[in-house]
Design a protein around this ligand. Sequence first.
Ligand code: ZN
Length: 257
Amino acid sequence: MSSSLTVLGSCGAWPEPGRACSGFVLEHEGFRVVLDLGYGTLSRLLAHLGSAVGDGVDAVVVTHHHPDHMLDLHGLFRARWFGRRDAAPIPLYAPPRVLAMLKSLEDEDPDDVDRVLAHRPLPAGPYDVGPFVLTSRALPHFVPNAGVRLAADGLCVSYTGDTGPDAALADLGRDADLFVVEASDRHQRRGVPPAATTSLHLSARQAGQAAAAAGARRLLLTHFWPGNDRERSRADAAAVFDGEVMLAEEGLRIALP
Ligand SMILES: [Zn+2]
């Protein structure tokens, strides 16, 4: 059975017209893991599944509780609550504040969330997630963010969520077939040099450096700030990383490994 990563959304912060914020579907041996569900990703996920109620999602991983990474998780909760209330809960691997945020949107009966999603905290583990072993690392961001690594027989995909530069990125993406790395490139909109950007997001050049340090095979840049020049981001990463550099794009399906 073929393995793949499908991009649901490629934008950071808020979606560009016609696009969505962070979200991916990783499929291997018939098992589907959703990675983040930011603004605008849910309808794309349901179309991908061919199910109006989210049938076919085997696990969800959310890196942190910023809404551009998790707000459509509430929509998935609703689809399951109204459409599949008696189904087994879907495992949700996420920092505890993701669950708290979700429950804050269900303030009449927050425990309903637990009937639909079975929470396991990140960073923690390792966890067995279908054919994968999920490991995670705390990475520097404005709020607790877990970088994740999903390794199966003959396949490894790592994803940063949102992060600043950190030595742990090399271990997170070590020898990965695909390293999905945020490239907010805030300097593009601010008109300042890349070095002057925050320590809590990455430039595309820093993303390339992380992929090179990790020895990753391919790099998928994502979390583009709205209005950014994505080809400029690709060139910046390719200047420091010898492997293939890809740009996240809504609907893009990457065959793995
Ligand atoms: Zn964030």
